[in-house]
Ligand binder design. Structure first.
Ligand code: GDD
Ligand code: MG
Length: 349
């Protein structure tokens, strides 16, 4: 079975983290989000992947190449101008001719059991199956109304609060039968959410709604990106290599940690990290590869990407620091994102 990943979005809401990186390449505990999702798919035996790229495609292609180093076979389909989610799916049609296939929004993490979702799709004899999840504020998503037999009745993308008819939303994971692709117009931008799904329902096509999703998050904003890490520290979102309950300080690969530094788990350490005397790191701190944490620093509830230098005495709380930043000057930063020369406030409570 094959999977198509929609990775062409600009990641506008994640700026400035996405100034240099496309959204699917932002690190989730040191590993690109896309790779985390591929690793999960592999556990279900899915190894052939089509990537529909648009924004900064070279970044993704340089990292994964043919996929061979990751145990995958990866095909790339690139757009010069954004075709929208539906246009991107249509554009990849040549790879999907026989069997049903998965489609993923590339900015989500979940615990969906893909094997079970496929069995459900077949049992429901569906043309399309959409994974759904329940959220309190559905307005920012695709809202789905469904009948007693778990078939969709309406699909409404980002309705106004007073138009919301259900708390179940599109989780951004689909199974499509290849025959359904002929209903998507070619050669122009198309939104699968605004145009294709409503039209398929109008035509009486069977869209089944799969509700087997316990953990789910769209990482499309810095606040959600931060939440994904906090969830991983708490074990709500499982990452393969680290179990923070058993091993609160993960990493220490070639780390130089002063005997006078304090590490308060859960902490995720990358490779070749240096932490100086008097520094307090954690709880809930990700320290990327080759980061240097100066004397008497405090790093708490924060994510540092690679090659970050934190000067002596600086405090970083509830913040995100992107690659190669040097943080100094002031003594305390709270709810800030640093990336390149840019910084931005984080709206977390
Ligand atoms: N190739 C390509 N071309 N990919 C695209 C394009 C495009 O023009 N536009 C968006 N994408 C990709 C993005 O990279 C992302 O992986 C996915 O399509 C969805 O785009 P987002 O920008 O993240 O959409 P959203 O979060 O506002 O809404 C979508 O996801 C929600 C769940 O997280 C919708 O599918 C909603 O219905 C859904 O509830
Ligand atoms: Mg999104």
């Amino acid at each position: 079975m094959k999977a198509l990943f929609l990775v062409g979005g600009k990641g506008t809401r994640l700026r400035p983290l996405t100034e240099k990186l496309p959204k699917p390449m932002v690190p989730v505990m040191g590993v690109p989000l896309l790779q985390r999702n591929f690793d999960r798919l592999k556990t279900f035996g899915i190894q052939e992947i089509v990537l529909s790229t648009c924004y900064k495609p070279e970044c993704i292609e340089q990292y994964f190449g043919s996929g061979a180093n990751y145990g995958l076979q990866i095909h790339y389909v690139s757009e010069d101008l954004p075709l929208g989610t539906g246009g991107a799916i249509k554009n990849a049609e040549r790879y999907f001719d026989k069997e049903p296939f998965f489609i993923f929004n590339a900015d989500i993490i979940s615990d969906i059991n893909f094997g079970e979702m496929l069995r459900f799709h077949k049992r429901k004899n569906a043309d399309v199956t959409i994974a759904v999840t329940r959220v309190d504020n559905p307005s920012a998503y695709g809202v789905i109304e469904y009948d007693d037999h778990d078939y969709a009745i309406t699909f409404r993308e980002k309705p106004k609060p007073h138009e919301v008819v259900s708390h179940y939303i599109n989780a951004g994971v689909y199974i499509f039968n290849p025959q359904i692709l002929k209903h998507i117009p070619a050669g122009r931008p198309v939104s699968v959410e605004r145009e294709v799904f409503p039209k398929l329902l109008e035509k009486g096509k069977r869209i089944a709604v799969y509700k087997g999703c316990n953990y789910w998050l769209d990482l499309g904003t810095p606040e959600k990106y931060m939440q994904a890490h906090m969830d991983a520290f708490q074990g709500l979102y499982r990452i393969d290599e680290a179990d923070f309950e058993k091993e609160p300080i993960y990493g220490r690969f070639n780390a130089k940690i002063s005997g006078k530094a304090i590490l308060r788990g859960p902490v995720y350490l990358g490779k070749d990290v240096r932490i100086e005397a008097g520094a307090i790191v954690g709880p809930n701190a990700v320290i990327g590869d080759r980061c240097c944490i100066g004397k008497k620093c405090r790093i708490e509830n924060s994510i540092l990407w690679n090659d970050v230098t934190v000067e002596n005495g600086v405090e970083i709380i509830d913040s995100i620091v992107a690659d190669e930043c040097r943080v100094g000057l002031s003594t305390s930063y709270e709810k800030v994102i640093f990336a390149g020369d840019a910084s931005k406030r984080l709206a977390i409570s």
